[in-house]
Design a protein around this ligand. Structure first.
Ligand code: TYD
Length: 144
């Protein structure tokens, strides 16, 4: 159990993307199975987030996710049911990878921030765990 716990929260990590610096403006790119440890099936983004709002507040059973601050800044809090970690993101040339079975919350959005998500699955509500107590039970007792 201890090994699984350490492995899970430790898998939430910052991934840096290539950055092509140019006097006309910088360029970054992301390729599935290269910069990302999964194939991208869906892209979505959060914008017009009002001050003080929190997004996320759920875990996924199977979905892998990369979250990038395309504009502005925000905080990504990840939780494997035992341990939490927090990432502050404020540049578009890196992102935070979140594997399945991790509770996530996005908070402290600056004005005009845009949170881009690249994910491994099509939208499927049955992949979500939206109740924190249920998430804790699964984290402790196993997801299978
Ligand atoms: P949700 O995933 O809970 O948002 P977040 O985690 O970013 O706070 O989704 C909010 C609503 O939007 C929910 O009713 C489902 C819907 N939705 C889609 O229809 N398609 C999508 O790709 C996503 C991400 C959400």
């Amino acid at each position: 159990m201890l090994t699984e716990k350490c492995a899970l929260i430790g898998e939430c990590k910052i991934i840096n993307f290539p950055k092509v610096i140019d006097y006309r403006g910088n360029l970054s790119f992301i390729e599935e199975n290269r910069q990302l440890p999964f194939k991208i099936k869906r892209v979505y983004y959060l914008y017009d987030v009002p001050a003080g709002a929190t997004r996320g507040g759920h875990a996924h059973k199977a979905l892998h996710q990369m979250v990038i601050a395309l504009s502005g800044s925000f905080e990504i809090v990840v939780d494997d049911g035992y341990e939490k970690n927090s990432f502050f993101v404020n540049r578009p040339h890196y992102g935070v990878y979140i594997p399945p079975k991790i509770w996530r919350e996005l908070t402290n959005f600056s004005s005009n921030s845009v949170a881009l998500s690249l994910v491994s699955e099509l939208y499927d509500e049955s992949d979500y765990i939206r109740d924190y107590d249920e998430f804790k039970r699964l984290a402790i007792n196993g997801w299978d």
